[in-house]
Design a binder for this molecule. Structure first.
Ligand code: UGA
Length: 440
């Protein structure tokens, strides 16, 4: 069989998506150039140092640097040495909740200047999450008159903390392109990337963009749905939302994933994408009551925790609250839109004393709250003298904790388990509250 020459790849924007993509490309044998405007980040990457945590990424990065399959630069013109450029720059929320496309527009107009004289064909792949019509109405006009340059929209479904696995085994590849050639180029690349080719949906650019939003909006909806059920369970002694979630998850029409009740969804994607979708559809006069309800439900979970503290008579300045888990979910050090940040701000405003622990996000938390709260590397030390412990992140280390650890170290036996990681039956001596658990 004739082996096709592997495409050369450039990736612009080295956040968790871009860097994961670049590193896995290099690991798979593609010559890869990672491009970013942040000089400090690049310097660190050249030394295989990553400024966030993603399981195994550091190991694979070291291997790829050693095998010389990956290099890093701030010079965008390096894309000329490659065949396919993935754009993975951030598209954050602006103050009004709309999508902020500043970085994307800058990169695309710079690429226009650089690729103007490229003699061979080049494919630009938009991986950044962008609201529908961004590619057709903003990206393509910025690239006008480029003869050899194609554009495809190729959203990703990577989860932080699982990015490499999700890259290796995606449930789907979506390719939105205007012409057959661009589609074929990207499909050929993926055929080189995967031994077993995942399912591919070939569609237009607007649809590809919308698929990403529909996907994240549905995930957000599932979480707000189970949290709404949890809040009803809260009023029903003996009804446990985990049992409800397990039961309805057995229905293949519903599915078992994303039915874990908790303090609300955070992170850099679900909240921002939901808000961008709402703002986008408002342009057409859509009131979007449904997604606004999903958003409101999410914000309600924080109030639910505060309500629990109040009902336990712990919401006053004499109380010490120990928080286990700060990251927006386990296996990451990311605090973006984390409930922990909002909760601590609220508790501090009301004069409570805060002690925190997290296996990975402690330093990032310190950068926000400085000396206003106390930070602990050991769980036991974080519990010392506390009137209440709130579990905010479902770290595996916390799941192993026995009631004796709490009993030994805390001043009072109050626990709020927002992630439902403990078996309430084992905490009968405690004033134990959990989201979606009837009063004990
Ligand atoms: C999310 C999507 O899951 C990815 O498919 C998508 O690619 C990514 O956004 C993106 O757009 O880039 P991520 O933000 O990494 O991924 O995090 P999730 O695993 O989706 O979790 C989001 C939040 O929902 C977390 O706070 C998590 O604790 C919460 N969650 C999740 C629940 O409260 N309950 C659940 O059952 C699941």
């Amino acid at each position: 069989m004739i082996q096709m020459k592997k495409s050369k790849i450039s990736v612009i924007g080295l956040g968790f998506v871009g860097l994961s993509l670049a590193v896995i490309n290099a690991k798979k044998g593609f010559q890869t150039i990672g491009i970013d405007s942040d000089k400090k980040k690049l310097k660190n990457l050249q030394k295989a140092k990553i400024d966030f945590f993603e399981p195994n990424l550091s190991k694979y990065l070291k291997e790829s640097i050693k095998s010389k399959k990956i290099s890093f630069t701030e010079n965008l013109a390096q894309v000329l040495k490659t065949d396919i450029t993935f754009i993975t720059v951030g598209t954050p929320s602006a103050k009004d909740g709309k999508i902020d496309l500043t970085s994307l527009k800058k990169v695309v107009s710079d690429l226009h200047k650089i690729l103007k004289n490229k003699p061979t064909s080049h494919l630009i792949v938009i991986k950044s999450t962008v609201v529908p019509t961004t590619t057709t109405q903003i990206v393509l006009p910025l690239l006008k008159n480029l003869k050899n340059v194609g554009v495809a929209v190729n959203p990703e479904f990577l989860r932080e903390g699982n990015a490499l696995d999700d890259l290796m085994k995606p449930h789907l590849i979506v390719i939105g392109s205007k012409n057959e050639q661009d589609y074929k180029t990207l499909e050929r690349y993926y055929k080189q990337f995967y031994q077993i080719m995942p399912d591919v949906i070939k569609t237009d650019q607007n649809t590809a963009e919308m698929i990403k939003y529909a996907n994240n909006a549905f995930l957000a909806t599932k979480i707000s749905f189970i949290n709404a059920i949890a809040n009803i369970c809260q009023k029903l002694p003996s009804v446990d939302v985990n049992t409800i979630a397990y039961a309805i998850g057995k229905d293949p029409r519903i599915g078992s994933q994303f039915l874990q009740a908790g303090p609300g969804f955070g992170g850099s994607c679900l909240p921002k994408d939901l808000s961008a979708l709402i703002k986008f559809s408002e342009k057409f006069g859509d009131h979007n009551l449904f997604f606004k309800a999903v958003e409101n439900m999410n914000q309600l979970q924080l109030l639910q925790i505060i309500q629990m503290l109040k009902s336990m008579k712990l919401f006053n300045s004499k109380k010490v609250i120990s928080i286990l888990g700060l990251a927006f979910k386990k296996d990451t050090d990311d605090l973006r839109e984390a409930v922990s940040v909002k909760l601590v701000k609220n508790l501090l405003k009301n004069g409570l004393k805060i002690q925190v622990h997290d296996p990975m996000a402690l330093l990032n938390f310190k950068n926000i709250f400085q000396e206003k709260i106390s930070y602990f590397k050991k769980i036991e030390d974080c519990l010392e003298g506390a009137n209440c412990c709130i579990i905010l992140t479902e770290w595996d280390d916390y799941k192993k904790l026995k009631p004796t650890v709490f009993k030994k170290n805390m001043k009072e036996r109050n626990i709020i388990d927002t992630r439902r990681i403990f078996d309430p039956a084992k905490f009968t001596e405690f004033n134990f509250k959990a989201i979606g658990l009837g009063p004990m």
